[in-house]
Write a protein that binds this ligand. Sequence first.
Ligand SMILES: [Zn+2]
Length: 187
Amino acid sequence: MAEATTSTQVARGAFTCPACGRTGDYVLVRVARAGTEIGTYVECRECFCTFPRSVLWRAADGPLRANHLEACLRTMVLMMIVDEVVLDAEIDRITEVYPQVGGRDLTRDEVLAEVDRAREDAQALEPFLQGMAGRLNGQGKLAVIRSAYAIATADGVLHESERALLGALATALDIENPLDRARQTRQ
Ligand SMILES: [Zn+2]
């Protein structure tokens, strides 16, 4: 059992959130696992999206994307290309799920561009999510599991191997009972 992560608020202030567009409070949060810092994020106290710290000095209307959207899209793409086959139905599923977790509408070409980036990065899903664990709050982690669940069940069945994968992803992100939580929040 991995040691749980701890989140500590280290600063607060006001900013304009690129996700919800509101000007309000943010908190800067430091995430540690077993006493070692694994990441920091800025959390909007209006919509609870998280961002890299650079959100505080970038133009608020810049192209900065919330951390969980980056994590959700990469997770779905990595699950899609694990068998080296990219099916139209899988791309459709990704473009359907992404707005459900708060993203804007994606084109097929944008999904394919992410496939290219994922292949270039050559980082497997579990290490990727271990890295994201320090950049996401509970809401963001849950969005990642929801995305993974939606891709895993695209054929209407949750196979044993997929159940095991979701468990492994939850462990990488340090969250408990991912399947119960994904089901509770299905739309
Ligand atoms: Zn916000």
